[in-house]
Design a protein around this ligand. Structure first.
Ligand SMILES: [Zn+2]
Length: 254
């Protein structure tokens, strides 16, 4: 079982000192993780890291870290641009996201390998990643895409509930409160966020597919795409994932 490390170099940006220690896998894996919201990617990411020892490089984590960073460190140049855009209520541009990753290219060359999560999200980003990897003399082993039928994803995501008072999250099937509609922690009323209503989820999935399908096609043409059905329970999905990764490089099998 490998540990996740603090990923400070990835989260804070270039110049931070990555203090990851612990055993290095027999082979560093260079993987991209793809899949729509609600497909269970986060759970699979944790399992892949534990089993194959790659660093979990999530662009979502970079943004979350920047939002609550209290270290007093100035944000990296690309993060400063991203934060300014968010402050104006704008989306962070494709180009800025690419620059965020480019600043952190050292993480892609790390001896622990990487599992890239949340990037690339568009075809432009996929092209850019290719260039960034070439600049650090690394190659992708595979892009792993998880998929599940839309009704299943909608069922999973629309079961989410949030406490009005303390914002604790619940799920009607997977993490139900002790008393229906009431928060275990504070007794507050639980509600369904507009984002988690079926119609909104359907819209999100359509938007995701529109930008992601060209990325899938791009990796398919390069022979790097591996597709994994993620409707089953997380253990079964991971068994499939493990087999897929081991097949990429039989020599590295332990
Ligand atoms: Zn509460």
């Amino acid at each position: 079982m490998y540990s996740i490390g603090n990923r400070v170099e990835w989260l804070q940006g270039p110049g931070a000192n990555c203090a990851k220690t612990g055993p290095v896998a027999p082979r560093p894996w260079h993987l991209v993780l793809l899949g729509p919201p609600g497909v269970g990617k986060g759970t699979q990411a944790e399992k892949i890291i534990g089993e194959f020892g790659a660093c979990h490089l999530s662009t979502g984590d970079v943004f979350r870290y920047a939002a609550r960073d209290t270290s007093g460190q100035a944000p990296s140049p690309a993060m400063a641009t991203a934060l300014a855009a968010m402050k104006r209520g704008e989306l962070v541009s494709d180009n800025t996201v690419v620059e965020l990753v480019r600043e952190r290219a050292g993480c892609l060359a790390c001896q622990y390998g990487f599992l890239l999560d949340g990037f690339p999200r568009t075809l432009e980003q996929a092209h850019a990643l290719n260039g960034i990897l070439a600049s650090v003399e690394r190659k992708l082993d595979a892009a792993i895409n998880y998929f599940a039928p839309e009704p299943l994803i909608i069922e999973r995501l629309s079961g989410r509930r949030v406490c009005k008072q303390c914002r604790t999250g619940y799920h009607v099937a997977n993490k139900p409160p002790r008393v229906a509609g009431r928060c275990d922690a504070c007794g507050g009323e639980l509600f369904q966020r507009d984002d988690d209503k079926p119609e909104a989820i359907r819209t999100r999935l359509q938007a995701y597919a529109a930008t992601c399908n060209p990325v899938l096609e791009y990796y398919r043409r390069q022979g790097l795409l591996r597709e994994i059905e993620a409707s089953g329970d997380p253990e079964a999905v991971f068994a499939h994932t493990r087999a897929v990764i081991e097949k990429l490089d039989p020599v590295a099998r332990r």
